[in-house]
Each structure stands twice: as C-alpha cells, then as structure tokens.
Design a protein around this ligand. Structure first.
Ligand SMILES: NC(=O)c1ccc[n+]([C@@H]2O[C@H](COP(=O)([O-])OP(=O)(O)OC[C@H]3O[C@@H](n4cnc5c(N)ncnc54)[C@H](OP(=O)(O)O)[C@@H]3O)[C@@H](O)[C@H]2O)c1
Length: 244
C-alpha cells in the first residue's frame, strides 16, 4: 500500500513516524516547498516524487495536512487525480469539508485530537469510506464517528466550544485568585472535586490560550459563525475575553 503525504509539517511527520509496516510505503514531493520542509523530508528518508500530482496519482491513500487556508485549493488541484481515499486532516470548518467532498470522490474527513507530537493522538474520521482507513487503528487510535462527511469537523468545533470557553473562564478566575493572594488555595480547593491533575492541566491550558490568543479567537469566531442560530452566550463572552 502507498500512502501519499501532502504537507510535511508536525501532523504528517508524526503520522509517518507512527505508521510503520513492511507493506506500507510513504511518498511525498518537494515541489514548491520551503527550505525547512525540504530539509525535514530529506532527513526522514521518505520516497520523493517530482510533483504532488504524481503523489496523488500513485497513492492508495492521500493524507492532506497543510493549513486551513490551503486545504480547499489542494483538494481542488489534486483530489481529481487521487484514485484512492483522500483524508483531510486540516482544522477546517464543516462547510469547507463539504466543499472538498464536491471535488474528491472518495473523501474522508479527519480530526486529530490530543497533542500531535505525542505517541498517542486520537484520529476521528467520518465519511462513507471510513472502513478503508480503519487499519490505521493498528498504529494510531482511530475512531469512526459516522458515514457523514463533516461530522469530524463538527466534533472538533464542539470540543473547542467547551475547551476554549473554559480556558477563558480559567484565565479570569486565576487572575482573581492571584489578586487575593490565594492562587495555590484556589487550585487546591478545585482539585478536590476536579482531580489531582487539575492544577497542572489548567496552568498549561491558560498558558497555551494566552500565547495563541489570536488563533483561538479566530476559532471562536468560526464557531459563532457556524452555529449562528444557537444560544452561544458563553462562547461569545469567551471571545470578548480573549480579544481583550
Ligand atoms: N499541529 C497540531 O497539533 C494539529 C492538530 C490537528 C490538526 N492540525 C491541522 O493540520 C494541518 C497541518 O498542521 P501542522 O501542525 O502539521 O502544520 P505545519 O507544521 O505548519 O506544516 C504544514 C506543512 O504543510 C506544507 N504545505 C503548506 N502549503 C502547502 C501546499 N500548498 N502544498 C504542499 N504542502 C504545503 C508546509 O510546507 P512549507 O513549509 O513549504 O510551507 C508544511 O510542510 C493544519 O491545517 C492544522 O490546523 C494541526
């Protein structure tokens, strides 16, 4: 089996590392790529073809993990050449996912949950061809959501609705606790009900949110736009908080 990679950043590099079997070969291309990506490709020892079009033609499965902005263009350009299953792993909206499915015949919508550079991220997939990708479960925890393309993207958004809103609340509560010189006590008392790991996880969540507040705000804006007819009082408050 041949797996083609479009994008050789954190996501696809980690999948290349995790999916190891004698009957699986990986291919990619250096076409128009940055020095950093070319260097990573050369260092990895993956087989390199001249163009991504060739990669698409030769692949039984094509993984696309580039950026949310490029996902649709890439699907338009290479989807028609892909004779196998096309798995998109970009953080894109359910609408973009559905648009991609118009260009790609055998399409699966994917979401990686958990730290991407860890050894145990979880891959959620949706679409009628999911069964063709379930063998990946041997290498990475792979879970089918449904036959409907777009469900993986919606699940990712639902998760963000909770985690990003919670992060905004944590930032506010921690600041208040600090002001009263009770930060340790604040985390101790919450750990009684939320578990021993609460403090460490909360501090990491706060730091991550503050250092990526622009991207997190954009993701909250996308959620608000996608679920525009729903009650999103808390999500809107979180966006206001992160925009400050
Ligand atoms: N990192 C995470 O934790 C995570 C988790 C889940 C999902 N995602 C999603 O997965 C996608 C990739 O994330 P990442 O962290 O792997 O990104 P990354 O480290 O920034 O890598 C992106 C890779 O895509 C390549 N690329 C960009 N445009 C391309 C194009 N038109 N054709 C071919 N290759 C192209 C880049 O090459 P150049 O260097 O040449 O531009 C680079 O190798 C994103 O959409 C992200 O939202 C990320």
């Amino acid at each position: 089996m041949i797996i083609g990679l479009i994008g050789f950043g954190k996501v696809n590099q980690n999948l290349f590392k995790l999916i190891k079997a004698n009957d699986i070969d990986f291919i990619t291309s250096l076409e128009d790529r940055s020095d950093k990506t070319c260097e990573n490709i050369k260092k990895s020892g993956i087989q390199v073809l001249d163009t991504f079009e060739e990669v698409a033609i030769k692949s039984d499965i094509l993984f696309c993990a580039t950026s949310p902005k490029t996902a649709l263009d890439i699907a338009q350009k290479y989807g028609k050449h892909c004779r196998g299953t096309y798995l998109d792993l970009n953080n894109i909206s359910p609408e973009t996912t559905l648009k991609i499915s118009e260009y790609v015949e055998d399409f699966v919508d994917g979401a990686i949950i958990g730290k991407i550079d860890s050894e145990n991220p979880i891959l959620y997939i949706s679409g009628q061809s999911c069964h063709k990708l379930m063998f990946l479960n041997e290498f990475i925890d792979t879970r089918k959501i449904s036959d409907s393309v777009g469900d993986a993207a919606i699940l990712k958004m639902l998760r963000s609705t909770y985690t990003k809103t919670l992060s905004a609340l944590l930032i506010e509560s921690q600041k208040l606790a600090k002001k009263h010189d009770l930060e340790d006590e604040f985390f101790d008392v919450l750990s009684l009900t939320e578990g021993d790991e609460f403090k460490g996880k909360s501090l990491s969540r706060i730091e991550n949110t503050l250092s990526n507040s622009k991207r997190k705000s954009e993701e909250l804006e996308e959620i608000i736009s996608y679920f525009k007819n729903e009650d999103l009082t808390m999500v809107k408050a979180a966006l206001k908080k992160l925009s400050q």
